[in-house]
Design a binder for this molecule. Structure first.
Ligand SMILES: [Zn+2]
Length: 104
């Protein structure tokens, strides 16, 4: 299974799990799916790398939108009042968290 597909499925499952058990996350399946897919837009920073895709490369140390200094920005989005912005923040944190796991 391609890496990006595993990434999407795990990200969707984790944020769905949070949405199911966290009372702050009311059921909004459309919002959750949109947030997970939108969180993958940060992978556009791969276009700045050469080669564009290298399965052996660690995103956290090379791609600008995946660097550690972006984590507080994503955490800030996760604290937003708007539910869908919160979903996006959580999805982005899960995205970079999963990318960090791939680095190990
Ligand atoms: Zn990524």
């Amino acid at each position: 299974m391609p890496n990006i597909l595993v990434h999407l499925i795990v990200n969707l499952a984790l944020i769905g799990l949070i949405a199911r058990f966290d009372p702050l996350f009311k059921q909004d399946k459309k919002g959750i799916v949109l947030a997970v897919f939108a969180s993958h837009l940060i992978d556009i920073d791969h276009l700045l790398a050469d080669p564009i895709y290298d399965p052996a490369r660690c995103s956290i140390t090379t791609h600008p939108l995946h660097r550690w200094f972006m984590f507080p920005v994503y955490a800030g989005l996760a604290l937003f009042r708007n539910r869908r912005v919160r979903y996006l923040g959580v999805a982005l944190l899960l995205h970079v968290g999963l990318d960090a796991l791939w680095c190990l």
